[in-house]
Design a protein around this ligand. Structure first.
Ligand code: TRP
Length: 334
């Protein structure tokens, strides 16, 4: 708890171009959470280097992501938006937690297995202990809730196990975090293969709408979206392509599928795809303009980076000092 609010922590990597799926499924819904929770949103650049990165690109993307958070409506006075690498407590707690994590536990992590297979030439120790750094992120702020996708649940389970193990030995040090299950955002699928999630690492660029796509690209991708040959305008699992387009349309216009089906029941898919394109443009165009405005204001973004790193560091140090004392590190002489 911070004051009378529960703490919420989430992290996002600045690798790859964010998609409409990231926005409608996560970011957009985070905006309303800051009234209820004390929110920390970290740009987890330390996690990013577990895969080899071009330094200039990583730096640029990390700043772009942080700017996007603000453009999406996260007020940086209320939400702590910061770079993980600016708070050294993440690395320090991760080291300590490493000493409480078993090799066997990490060996079971499915994301490690997937990434190791994908990057067979660079299976580094950081990739192996990635989940421990993630546990440190969460536990450092005594987070109560963590909004994560299904792909990160195993890491969150490990975080809970580590926190419980540590508490079992040393007493109540860490808050045991839970997955955030509140209003969940729309689950947006690939436009080219509606059985797959829309992904920033999709090899087919037509499957994903990127947040920075220009209006014509957005319209074109919607027009080319895969549907079916039934030719019936319904919201049904048997028509996954159309289902996905309706979800996108609803998320962009705040309407319900029922409503949309009745409005478009007489129209062809082509006409609806055009409407979807316009709806997406009407959401992303203003977002892109806000990003462009913010990017011009370098000193404002810099001040957000500085102030929020200080705020994050304050809370991180509180936890870290406790933990260091528990494990037997000598007190610093001040
Ligand atoms: N591993 C997460 C992902 O790739 C990102 C992340 C890092 C994270 N630390 C976190 C998410 C802490 C939630 C909480 O999506």
């Amino acid at each position: 708890m911070i004051g009378d609010k529960k703490v919420l922590f989430s992290g996002m990597q600045a690798t790859g171009n964010l998609t409409l799926g990231n926005y409608l499924g996560a970011l957009k819904n985070w905006v309303s959470l800051s009234d209820e929770y004390e929110c920390f949103y970290s740009v987890v650049d330390m996690h990013s280097i577990t895969i080899r990165q071009d330094p200039a690109i990583l730096r640029k993307r990390a700043r772009a992501l942080l700017t996007l958070y603000i453009a999406a409506g996260l007020d940086p006075e209320k939400n702590c938006i910061y770079y993980q690498s600016h708070v050294s407590g993440h690395a320090e707690l991760a080291w300590i937690l490493n000493c409480f994590t078993y090799m066997g536990e990490l060996n079971r992590m499915t994301q490690f297995k997937d990434k190791a297979a994908k990057h067979a030439d660079n299976i580094n120790a950081g990739l192996f202990t990635y989940p421990v750094l993630m546990a440190a992120d969460i536990l450092l702020y005594q987070a109560d809730v963590v909004p994560v996708g299904i792909d990160q649940m195993q890491h969150l389970e490990l975080t809970r196990d580590l926190a419980q193990r540590f508490n079992g030995i040393y007493g109540d040090v860490f808050t045991i975090p839970e997955a955030y299950i509140g209003k969940v955002g729309a689950k947006i699928m690939s436009l080219q293969d509606p059985s797959k999630k829309m992904s920033k690492s999709d090899e087919n660029p037509n499957g994903s709408i990127y947040l920075m796509d220009d209006p014509d690209t957005i319209r074109r991708k919607c027009k080319r979206a895969v549907t079916d040959s039934l030719g019936e305008f319904r919201y049904s699992d048997e028509q996954p392509g159309l289902h996905n387009l309706i979800d996108i349309f609803c998320a962009c216009t705040n309407r319900t599928p029922k409503d949309v089906v009745s409005e478009f029941s007489g129209s062809g898919y082509g006409q609806f795809k055009e409407a979807v394109g316009e709806a997406v443009v009407s959401v992303l165009d203003p977002l892109q303009k806000r990003v462009a405005e913010l990017e011009k204001d370098k000193s404002y973004i810099d001040s957000v980076i500085k102030n929020n790193a200080e705020k994050a560091n304050y809370y991180a140090q509180k936890t870290l000092r406790k933990v260091q004392k528990k494990v037997g590190f000598p007190e610093k002489i001040r």
